[in-house]
Write a protein that binds this ligand. Sequence first.
Ligand SMILES: [Fe+2]
Length: 271
Amino acid sequence: MLIAHLTDTHIGLDPGALAGRIDPAAALRRALAHVRGLAVTPDVLLLSGDLTESGQQADYRALRTLFDQELPGHRPRVLAIAGNHDLTPLARQCLADWMPAPAGAPAGLACVLAEQGGLHFIGLDTVVAHQPHGELGAAQLDWLARTLHALAGQPVVLFMHHPPLVTGIAAMDDCGLLEGRAELARLVAAHGGVQLIAAGHMHRPILGALGGAPVVVAPSTSHQLELDLRQNAPLAVRLEPPMIGLYRWTPQDGIACHFSHVQTFDGPFPI
Ligand SMILES: [Fe+2]
C-alpha cells in the first residue's frame, strides 16, 4: 500500500495576493505530474484540506479538472477532507466521490470512511465554520469512538486538516486544533491499530506523535510558511520547494513516511 499525501492546494488563491510569486493551480499541476511520474503508482491519494482558497464552486470544479487532466485513466483513489479555507458542504457536494459519507456520522460534519487495500481510512472534520482554528467536538469524538470500536484489531489511518500537535509555530498553533486533542489521543491509544495520523494546515513538513501513533503533516503543494519558532513570530510565506508525502504501509512492516520533492526530474542516477 502506497499513500500519496497532497495538502493545502488552495485552488483559487489570487497569485497577485502574494506578490505574484505563487500560482496554486500550476503548483498542483506539477505535483500531480510528479505523482504520475512515480515509479510505483500510489493506491490512495489523500487531500487533507484547504482544497480551495475560499470555497468557490468554480474552484472545486477546477480542482477536479486538474486531476482529470494530470491523472487520466488509472489513478490512485482520491480521499479528501475539508480545511478552514473550504466551504465544507459545497466541497462535499462537488467532490462527493472523494468524500464518502459514512452512515451514522454526525449531522453537519463531513467525516469520511473508506477501506482500501486492507487499511481503513477515517477522515475527521475539524473545520469550525468561518474560523481558522479547528475542533473535534463531542459528537464527532463519539462517532469516532464507535467507529474505532467496530474496527478493533484492524489497521486504521486517520486524516484531518488541523494536526493534533503543538508545533511551536506560534501563530499557527493559535489557529490549530484547539479542542479534542486529548480525547483523540485517548481513542487512538485505546484502539492500538492507528498506523498514521495525516494532516495539513501548517504548510510545512512536521512529524509528531499522538496516543502512540505517528502524526505526519505534509507541506503545501503551493506555498510554505516560514519556520520561525520564536514565541511572537509573525506569519510569513517562504517559497521552499514543495513536497508530497509518500507513505508505504504493509501489515508486516507497518508505516514508513517519505517526502518527495516536486519537480526533481533530474534523477535517479545509477551509482
Ligand atoms: Fe492552508
